[in-house]
Each structure stands twice: as C-alpha cells, then as structure tokens.
Design a protein around this ligand. Structure first.
Ligand code: GDD
Ligand code: MG
Length: 373
C-alpha cells in the first residue's frame, strides 16, 4: 500500500513557530509529528510514502531521507515557479493539486491513502482502506465528531455511509452535521480524473462535492484520538492529550533529586537539567538539553530543545521555542508563544496570547494579544 502525505502548507496559524520549521516537524511529546505518522503508516502495512512538499521542502527532505521505518520515502514538489532572486520557489497546489502531481509515483494499479500532515490521530488506516474497498466509491473520508465544525470540512451522511453533501468550512448555522473531514482519505486511482493538471486545486471544495453528487463519496466515522495541530492552542492541547494518552509512568523522571518537584504527567528530554526547588507539571513536555534554573514553576506547557529558563521564572500554558532564553523572574502565561532563539529579559511579564518572533529580544512587559516582531 502507498500513502501520500500533504506536507507543504505554510503553517500560517502556527507562526511564529512555523517561521523556523515546517509544521509537520513540530514535536509532539518530543518526537516530530511526521515520525508519529510515519511509524503508524508502517505498522499499517504501507511500503512507500510520498511527501508532497512545498514550504520547508529542503528541511523536510534532509530530515526524512529516503528510507524511514522500513518504508521508501519519495518527494513530490508543487510546481516550480521562477523567483526574481533565483532561489527555488513552488506555486502552492493546494490540497488536491499535489495528488495529481504525484500521479506517476502513486500509480493507477491500486487504491492509496492521502493524509493531511498536520493530524495527530490513533485511527487504524488499514481499517479505513478496507471499508473503502468494500464501498465501491472513489473516495472514503475518515470522519471525526467535533463541537464546532465551522473550521473544517463538514459532511451529511446517508445510508451505507454514503456522503451526500460535503461543505468546506461552513458557517456554524450552515453546517449539515457535527461530523467533519478528519483529513485522512482512502482514494481510488480514478480520483486523478477529477483533478486538473499542474493547477492549484482544493480537494475539499472542487473534488469532494462532485463525487458526492455522483454517489461516489463515502465516510468512515471513528472515535479515536484526533487533533489538527495547525493552530497554536491545538498544538499545545495535542501535546497534553498525547502525553496523557501514553498512560505510562516516566521512571526516568526519578533521576531528579528530591528537591525538584515533578507533578506527572511530565516528559523530560535527555540532558535536561532542573535547578532545586523548581516545580514542573502537570502536563509539561521539556525537550532535550533544556536548562531550568532554581525555583522555576512550569505548568501545562511545551518547551522546545535547548531553551534556557532562568531562576524564579513562572511559565503556564505556553510554548517556548528552541534555544529561547527566558530571564530571571519572568512570567509567561495564557497561550503565549515564544519563537526560536528569542530572548525575554529579566523581570518581564508576557500574558494573554502574546507571540514573539524568532530571535527577537523583548525588553518590556506585554499584557495584551500582540505579535512582537
Ligand atoms: N504540498 C502542499 N501544497 N501541501 C499543502 C498545501 C499546498 O499548497 N496547502 C496545504 N497543504 C497541506 C498542509 O500542510 C496540511 O497538511 C494539509 O495540506 C491541509 O491543509 P491545512 O491548511 O492544514 O487545512 P485545514 O486544516 O484548514 O483544513 C483541512 O483539514 C481539516 C482537518 O483538520 C481540510 O481538509 C478540512 O476539510 C479538514 O476538516
Ligand atoms: Mg490543518
């Protein structure tokens, strides 16, 4: 079985963290999301994976290489477009165009999987494929249930799991149900006949409604863990959810002295140090090589590798980027996001959805939602 991962989005809702890495390389419990997805694909019997890349293509290619978890990895880039300064740039082909672009790699011999790369899920991919083969349709969409469907593709389901309507991002009043497109599809090769060549195309807006009208679109509702990590709040939530779902103790946390208080669940990367009288947790993920001073408090947060958090700092509900430097007595809370390499000077407070761009030095407190550039 082959799978294509849509991996080329610009991650605009995850800025400033996505300025320095493609969103599918964001760590979830200290492993890039892409690794969690690839591992699951290999367990589900996938032998070849195509990464449909655009933004961050080179980073992804050098990170992932040609073989991963025993599967061959191929790359399909969105269509090249000239850039006035001569560097490689690709015209975004959307969520449908990259599937057509990869037609030769996917081939027309068998059905295949297509995944949005920014999804964290426990879905059984082979069960989805099995249902698709039984349906006789061209596409079968995994469906999750959410409270507010307006941010997603929403379906109306009829007998035999047939989707009779697909509406992308409807208003709350117009959503036909609370069953949403989970961004995971089993597709038959006939799908290539519905997507234009080398042109941007949205599979959700231009292809699925046509298939629904012809009774060729099916749904596969499931109840397992499902999160689109593409928004800041959801990225933090995904880490916390997944950390809790690991349902294991972290015996390695006992390496810290009794004068460090760890309130589980807490995941701590290698070579991370914690000063005495600090309290870490609950729901905290610390990457590797993080340095934490004395009397620091961290709750419900994700700290990327190499960050330094100085004495007496207080961090709650925040994401701290790679190699960021947080000064002494700094307070950061309520969904603040600190970009890679940023410096927050001593005694400052950042609260209420403040975001800090990579490598920015912040010298004054900010109490309202703002992006510091
Ligand atoms: N190669 C390539 N080129 N990939 C792209 C492009 C592009 O131009 N644009 C987006 N992608 C990738 C993104 O990286 C992501 O993995 C996937 O396509 C979906 O794009 P998002 O930008 O994350 O879409 P969304 O979250 O707003 O909506 C989609 O996902 C929802 C589920 O989370 C839709 O499929 C919705 O219908 C769905 O409910
Ligand atoms: Mg998304």
């Amino acid at each position: 079985m082959k799978a294509l991962i849509l991996a080329g989005g610009f991650g605009t809702r995850l800025r400033p963290l996505s300025c320095t890495r493609p969103k599918i390389l964001f760590p979830i419990t200290n492993k890039p999301l892409l690794d969690l997805t690839l591992k699951k694909l290999s367990i589900n019997g996938v032998k070849e994976v195509i990464l449909a890349v655009n933004y961050g293509a080179e980073t992804l290619m050098s990170y992932c290489g040609n073989v991963r978890y025993g599967m061959k990895i191929f790359y399909s880039k969105d269509t090249a477009q000239p850039h006035s300064l001569g560097f490689s740039s690709y015209r975004p082909l959307g969520t449908g165009g990259p599937i057509k672009k990869a037609e030769k790699l996917l081939g027309r011999d068998e059905d295949f999987l297509v995944l949005n790369g920014d999804i964290l899920t426990n879905l059984d991919y082979s069960a989805l494929m099995q249902k698709h083969r039984e349906s006789g349709g061209i596409a079968t969409i995994a469906l999750s249930r959410v409270e507010d469907p307006s941010r997603y593709g929403v379906v109306e389901l009829k007998e035999n799991m047939r989707i009779i309507r697909f509406v992308e991002k409807p208003s709350r009043d117009e959503a036909p149900s609370s069953l949403i497109n989970a961004g995971i599809y089993a597709l038959s090769p006939e799908i290539f006949d519905y997507i234009p060549e080398t042109k941007p195309c949205s599979i959700e807006r231009e292809v699925f409604p046509k298939l629904a009208a012809k009774n060729l679109l099916f749904g596969y509702p499931f109840q397992d863990l499902w999160i689109d990590v593409g928004k800041k709040e959801d990225y933090l939530k995904a880490n916390v959810f997944f950390l809790k779902s690991l349902k294991k103790q972290f015996p390695e946390n006992r390496r810290f002295n009794a004068d460090v208080r760890i309130i589980e669940p807490v995941l701590i990367g290698e070579n991370t140090s914690i000063g005495k009288d600090s309290a870490i947790g609950p729901s905290v993920v610390l990457g590797e090589n993080v340095q934490i001073g004395i009397k620091v408090s961290i709750q419900n947060s994700v700290v990327f590798p190499g960050a330094v958090i100085s004495d007496f700092a207080f961090i709650k509900g925040a994401v701290i980027g790679e190699n960021a430097f947080i000064g002494k007595h700094v307070k950061i809370d309520e969904n603040c996001v600190i970009g890679d390499g940023a410096v927050i000077k001593d005694h400052l407070t950042l609260t209420n959805h403040v975001t800090v761009c990579p490598f920015k030095t912040v010298s004054e407190s900010v109490f309202e939602a703002r992006c510091l550039m």
